[in-house]
Design a protein around this ligand. Sequence first.
Ligand code: 5GP
Ligand code: MN
Length: 330
Amino acid sequence: MSLKKNNKDDQAIRSALQSAERIALFSHIHPDGDAIGAQLGLAAVLRAMGKEVAIYNQTGQPGTFAFLPGMADLRHWGEDDFSADLRVALDCGNLERLGLSEAEWQADQRISIDHHMGHEPFSDLNYVDAEAPATCAILADFCRNWNFPVSADAATCFLTGLHTDTGSFRFEKTKAETFQTAAWLMEKGADLSAIRYHVFESTSQARFQLLNAMYQSSEFLSGGHIAIAEITYKQMLNLGVNDDEVHGLVGQLKEVQGVELSILLRELSSGAIKVSLRSKQYLDCNRLASEFNGGGHVRAAGCTLHSSLQEARQTLLAAAARHLKEDLSS
Ligand code: 5GP
Ligand code: MN
């Protein structure tokens, strides 16, 4: 296979999954609920079909999702000598986000299943549906249409991705079909209570304090349309907060009335600045992040800046104010 484009050929994906015996599943670095849910859910389905499956992530296991069945199997690629005849990249918009080099990703048969807008194809077969609310929604619908075996555990994994990537069924890509997919997963035995308890009602005290620090640093600019806040590496260190506990904080800023765009700047241990962007109605976050070699979706995107926190803040605010005007008038 050497089809490096988004061919959206679900039947080719189906036959690749059905004919492979040893399958390795990958997702993006610093995995969120959709990335992890997609990997663990698909792993459970494929194992029920008699396949040997290995799952990899280059930045390890996010604690929030430790409750999901199969998480203990997640490994760092290169840690074992599993030889796969098919590799699948899930919820990952480009090769860099996979955390592997071009040489490391080389294999006979590679497929990608994703829903990121700015997806840059890096596999032989790429199924990208940017309208899908979550990669887990694509996978759940595939399994439903193809009659693949979805256990209660697999359903819990897929529902976790659907729940988290839609902001609990609030975001724009949530359609009537999204609820139908969720309903089907519930019928399959998905454990909604476990998701609620572990994902939404288990914030650590440290994360709560970090949220407090973020609120204290917040400012409202451009007539209240832009909310910006920052978190320093020192704050993370002092509170003992790890990377995956920061996920989702930026969304809180967007909840303020009048805010169209929320920006969270986070200083990494390397000194680089990780930027998270969220918008409410019209600003295209993907377009803004793309200006800085990042990407994502219209309402949620990110990028990394190699500068001081202060410089990153100025650069971002200038670009954001410009995008605010352009996107409002377009
Ligand atoms: P978050 O702000 O939660 O880190 O990311 C929001 C969305 O933007 C996610 O869909 C994520 O995959 C995407 N994203 C975040 N950072 C980057 C980046 O540096 N590059 C690209 N291409 N996408 C990113
Ligand atoms: Mn996703």
